[in-house]
Design a protein around this ligand. Structure first.
Ligand code: MEV
Length: 433
């Protein structure tokens, strides 16, 4: 399938510089370059199931009844999987997922349509309470198809452990850590044998001095298909005693960072301006982008619109959306002022947009293991690999952003938004004002 044309016009978002409050590493012994990004989805499904590709173009889907929509998924899902969706989460499973459980809290499970990402069609499951999020993402994804869809890439799945060391007295700590690098990484690996057996493991470390006496050691871990928090926390705890001995300090926190700077995902799109209703509409999106680039008060709302799509997919797919949110906003602020995660420009007769953010998502462990609805959501997406999932979620964020800016710069969002909101209020017996 056609790929989007090269995006010569979209402004390159400069790689974020460390914020003033984030000291640079003082030593990075034997640094490895960031491994090459995943340029396109790995066609091999994560669990080996040979899912046939499916179209995400289902015109008129929104006009159908719920039953008809489920029936239309007959090509995508087995009857058992459709029954799982219909049944929702059982109280027994819920009781195993959390503590003090008294019931199940439901959310609509919807499908965002029209997503074409790196030449492949995706129905994107979204669980969200806000009206118009799914419709808006689907509409923008349809615009994107006119330019060949979204293109994207994701860094390999490197997560970072932080080990805090206090009361460090001498400045030679970094050099000593460098000397013992292989031993420290091997100790970390010995704590995560099954991850190492699957091809992951500790890859690199670095030492940072945050202030006199307070040193933090980062250990970068390839977590494979996992989101990786447990793996990385295990590495942090396993290596901390040795690090305290080598650095000569008192052991403090041992935990991952939710700002995984080596695990970024990117998506791009170039849409013919005619598809958007002409150059004026496209320029309206660009002016909205500039507003967000210049004003953190606007950037935060711009990014909220991006997270509408990303979070909705994250919830449906059982991802740690709190971690994703925390990482996204920290990344937006990394250059010292809060910036938009996605930007837009017009070039060569097309509206060109791009997004970049850290996305720690996994296809194994956590809710993906225990929640039957999450497993079906993965089936709907044809069992993507973790990097592929990150790319599609970045595309969902870019689509949500485009839909919001296109509406805001045009007729405003209230007409469409309030139409859906009114429907909810009427159905809920509430006040539609
Ligand atoms: C509402 O959920 C999201 C928007 O506010 C995003 C934006 O302003 O860009 C419409």
């Amino acid at each position: 399938m056609a790929q989007p044309a090269p995006r010569t016009g979209a402004t390159e978002k400069p790689s974020p510089k460390p914020a003033p409050g984030i000291p640079s590493p003082i030593a990075n012994p034997n640094p490895i370059p960031n491994p090459s990004p995943i340029a396109s989805p790995d066609p091999a499904p994560a669990n080996g199931t040979p899912y046939a590709p499916c179209t995400s173009r289902l015109p008129g889907f929104y006009r159908r009844t719920v039953e008809e929509r489920r029936a239309l998924l007959g090509d995508v899902l087995s009857a058992e999987a459709r029954a799982v969706i219909a049944a929702g989460l059982s109280i027994d499973v819920a009781d195993r997922m959390s503590e003090n459980v008294v019931g199940c809290h439901g959310l609509p499970l919807s499908l965002a349509l029209n997503f074409l990402v790196n030449g492949r069609d995706y129905l994107v499951p979204m669980a969200v309470e806000e009206p118009s999020v799914v419709a808006a993402a689907s509409r923008a994804a349809l615009f994107a198809r006119a330019g060949g869809g979204f293109a994207g890439d994701a860094d390999p799945p490197i997560m970072t452990a932080q080990v805090q060391l206090d009361d460090v007295v001498d400045a030679g700590a970094a050099a000593r850590v460098a000397e013992r690098r292989a031993e420290i990484l091997a100790l970390g690996d010995s704590a995560i044998p099954s991850m190492v057996a699957r091809g992951g493991g500790c890859r690199d470390l670095e030492v940072r001095v945050l202030e006199g006496g307070l040193v933090v050691v980062h250990i970068h871990v390839d977590v494979g298909e996992a989101m990786g928090a447990n793996v990385v926390d295990t590495v942090a705890e396993a290596t901390a005693p040795l690090l305290a001995e080598v650095v000569g300090g008192r052991m403090g926190l041992r935990i991952l960072t939710n700002l995984p700077l080596r695990r970024l995902a990117r998506a791009r799109v170039a849409i013919p301006v005619a598809t958007l209703g002409g150059v004026e509409a496209a320029e309206g999106v660009v002016r909205a982008s500039r507003f967000a680039e210049l004003d953190p008060m606007r950037a935060v709302t711009h990014n909220k619109g991006i997270m509408n799509g990303i979070d909705a997919a994250a919830v449906a797919l059982g991802q740690d959306w709190r971690a994703i949110e925390a990482g996204a906003h920290a990344y937006a602020a990394l250059g010292g002022s809060y910036r938009p995660l996605a930007t837009w420009r017009v070039a060569g007769g097309a509206l060109c947009g791009r997004i970049e953010l850290p996305l720690a998502v996994g296809t194994v462990g956590g809710a993906t293991r225990v929640h039957p609805g999450v497993r079906v959501a993965f089936e709907i997406m044809r069992a993507p690999r973790a990097g592929e999932l990150a790319i599609v979620m970045a595309a969902a964020g870019l689509a949500s952003n485009l839909a919001a800016l296109h509406a805001l710069a045009g007729e405003g969002i209230q007409r469409g938004h309030m139409r859906l909101h009114r429907r909810r209020c009427v159905e809920g017996g509430g006040d539609a004002r």
